[in-house]
Design a binder for this molecule. Structure first.
Ligand SMILES: CC(C)(COP(=O)([O-])OP(=O)([O-])OC[C@H]1O[C@@H](n2cnc3c(N)ncnc32)[C@H](O)[C@@H]1OP(=O)([O-])[O-])[C@@H](O)C(=O)NCCC(=O)NCCSC(=O)C[C@@](C)(O)CC(=O)[O-]
Length: 299
């Protein structure tokens, strides 16, 4: 399959990234990060999540972040919602797009959201219905698509089944998450091939963590499979609180450098992205997880 001419980059750093950073980040610093990301040309930013603060304390304050950001009309600002309570809180905070998150692994589903896969889908149904009534789009996630920290290998057919349920419920796009970053390019291609047997490739996205250093190779493999939406996290922030040892998402700067090099249009400015990433690394007091940012900043 020819490489796509355009790719949509979905920035998940403020949510997937910061949810797993041990040092607390103030609402002001989160707001500044989102505003800086908004100025890069990114069209989609996942700002936070409306989950239990007992489960994920780092996402407390998401409503304040939504209240504080300078909205750019070209950017979609989204939030994760695990249940109807979260959806209502998101709505009250002025969120206009939400994401629901299921897993392809039963054990991960229990550890992450305290219910089975089928119970999670039942919980999402009223969110999808209410979102439809409010004219809102809902994005769907499936976690552990290339491996689970508790169950090991997950069959692509199981991923396809959960993804297809989410699509049938009304999600407009399904992001397939390699939550613990164990996938390799051949497994990635096999996965997208199997899932594409049930879902059009244009409705799928790739979400790769870089735990084993395979994320960019997996993105290239996905491009060859006709996938043209990728999630990434500025400065490679984060991980997953319920996947021990999972490192952050692939760094947005590194994905952008790859796409720029392939002549694929994203509309995103690399220098501005690097500045946003370094800014949040300074706040966190951590080394920048983007190789491209490190190279550019030390040049
Ligand atoms: C889903 C629950 C709430 C179930 O948690 P539970 O304990 O089963 O829920 P519950 O209904 O029994 O409620 C327990 C307490 O939570 C409160 N509560 C209930 N709902 C909410 C809410 N929406 N917002 C705020 N508070 C809430 C509720 O009010 C109650 O408070 P208490 O009476 O004890 O004071 C919990 O398991 C949870 O919040 N989990 C968070 C999971 C999470 O955020 N994980 C990380 C994101 S997923 C991810 O990173 C993967 C992804 C998407 O990036 C893709 C990939 O990489 O694979």
């Amino acid at each position: 399959m020819p490489l796509p001419e355009k790719v949509r980059m979905v920035e998940v750093g403020p949510r997937d990234g910061l949810q797993n950073e041990s040092r607390p980040v103030s609402v002001a610093d989160k707001t500044r990060l989102v505003d800086e990301l908004s100025a890069t040309g990114l069209s989609y930013i996942e700002v936070g999540s409306f989950v239990s603060p007992k489960w994920v304390p780092q996402m407390a304050g998401s409503a304040e972040v939504f209240a504080g950001i300078q909205r750019n009309e070209k950017v979609t600002y989204a939030a994760l919602t695990p249940n109807f309570r979260g959806f209502e809180d998101a709505l009250a905070a002025g969120v206009r797009e939400v994401a629901v998150f299921a897993s392809a692994s039963e054990t991960f589903s229990q550890r992450n959201i305290n219910c089975s896969i089928s119970e999670s889908l039942e919980r999402f149904a009223p969110i999808l219905e209410a979102a439809r009534l409010h004219g809102m789009q809902v994005r769907g996630y499936v976690s552990c698509v290339l491996g689970c920290p508790y169950e090991g290998r997950i069959a692509p057919a199981q991923v396809a089944a959960v993804a297809n349920e989410l699509l049938g419920m009304g999600c407009y796009e399904i992001s397939l998450g390699d939550t613990i970053g164990v996938g390799t390019p051949d497994k990635t291609r096999e996965l997208f091939n199997v899932v594409a047997g049930r879902i059009a490739r244009g409705k799928l996205a790739g979400h790769f963590h870089d735990t084993y250093g395979q994320a960019l190779a997996n993105i290239y493999a996905s491009l060859l499979e006709g996938i043209h939406v990728f999630d990434s996290s500025v400065a490679g922030l984060g991980g997953c609180p319920y996947a021990k040892g999972a490192s952050g998402n692939v760094a947005s700067e590194d994905v952008l450098y790859l796409l720029d090099g392939l002549g694929i249009e994203t509309g995103v400015d690399l220098d501005r992205l690097i500045n946003a990433g370094q800014g949040i690394c300074d706040v966190l007091g951590k080394v920048n997880g983007s190789k491209v940012a490190k190279a550019r900043l030390s040049a």
